[in-house]
Design a protein. Structure first.
Length: 335
């Protein structure tokens, strides 16, 4: 297996993480922003939709970390050293939201205490995607400098993830996760014959689409100002314009389906939209785990590890795929 193929595999895992765990984070956002006469019904729907599967979604991020550590040890050391602050904040947020969700749903405390845990869950779900987006922006910012011979980071521990590009990307990730959650929840409510709740989340999804458009333009502008290499990858290579047009078409299809009330179609369209956004970012990285000077070819991959990886992945899939299918079959009653 080549280094670029492993890079593509990491991209698939990040995409699946965004489509699954991202929607879980978005559910926490809507828990925080629940409003109107159906506020408690909205929160109940969110809790019931998330409860059966939220633990398993983070396995995709664990997969990314393990593959990065195993196959690209130099990149693993550099990234986790240079970005240990935002990554630690992401980890704290994930632990807080998970613990708070369990204490609120299954705790024996009085209602006031469970309500406090609910607020912790909602705020952690809202803040964590921002730091996650800031981390990915830092990887492509070009502001993290490393001496590959000594593996020494020369740009400090605050480079890349505190600028305007990072903040815009963090907010963009937050809105995309909220968009996914709103569409998923609209579909969930429709399947439960709760049309008013479905309409609530359809309206929220349309608002998120508008915000995502504005923030996408802001990210492109900050990339133009702060990271010319990333901007070139996003807009100036041959595949970029078709990719951007495909993303816009998916967003347009999602909006049309939401307006028309075709929530099942909207769910498919918004999943394609988010997947294309992640794909576009991955293609803009052009095989780099850290722009501009840490390509997968220089990330420490050993031939023996690359040779053994397909068999390991196949064995893991044989064990994992049936268990994942059974989880969804039992708890989500998928056909």
């Amino acid at each position: 297996m080549s280094e670029l193929l492993v890079f593509a595999l990491l991209g698939v895992a990040v995409t699946v993480y965004a489509l699954t765990a991202g929607a879980d984070f978005g559910g926490g956002v809507w828990d925080l922003l629940a409003s109107g006469p159906r506020r408690e019904a909205q929160r109940e729907l969110i809790a019931e939709a998330i409860a059966p599967i939220w633990e398993v979604n983070h396995i995709w991020m664990i997969f990314v970390v393990v593959v990065l550590f195993t196959v690209f040890p130099i990149a693993f050391a550099v990234v986790l050293t240079a970005l240990h602050i935002p990554l630690l904040l992401v980890l704290v947020g994930i632990v807080l939201r998970g613990s708070a969700f369990v204490f609120r749903a299954y705790g024996l405390q009085p209602d006031e205490a469970r309500a406090r845990w609910g607020r912790v869950f909602a705020w952690a779900s809202t803040i964590t995607p921002v730091f996650l987006g800031m981390t990915f922006a830092a990887l492509s910012s070009g502001h993290i400098h490393v001496n590959l011979e000594t593996e020494e980071i020369t740009s400090g521990f605050f480079a890349g993830w505190l600028g305007g590009l990072a903040l815009a990307t963090g907010l963009f990730a937050l809105v995309l996760f909220a968009l996914l959650a709103a569409v998923y929840l609209a579909r969930e409510a429709e399947q439960r014959a709760q049309p008013e709740l479905s309409a609530d989340f359809r309206k929220r999804a349309l608002i998120c689409e508008a915000l995502a458009f504005v923030l996408a333009l802001l990210v492109l502008w900050r990339a133009y100002v702060e990271s010319p290499t990333l901007f070139s990858g996003l807009l100036e290579v041959p595949w970029s314009i078709p990719a951007q047009l495909a993303t816009a078409a998916a967003a347009g299809a999602a909006i049309f389906a939401l307006v028309r009330g075709h929530v099942a179609a909207a769910r498919v369209a918004v999943m394609i939209q988010v997947a294309l956004i992640v794909l576009g970012w991955g293609l803009a990285m052009d095989g780099h785990l850290l722009l501009p000077n840490l390509h997968v070819a220089d990330a420490g991959a050993e031939p023996a590890v690359l040779a053994a990886l397909p068999a390991v992945l196949l064995g893991g899939t044989v064990v994992f795929a049936p268990a994942l299918w059974w989880l969804f079959r039992v708890f989500r009653k998928l056909d």
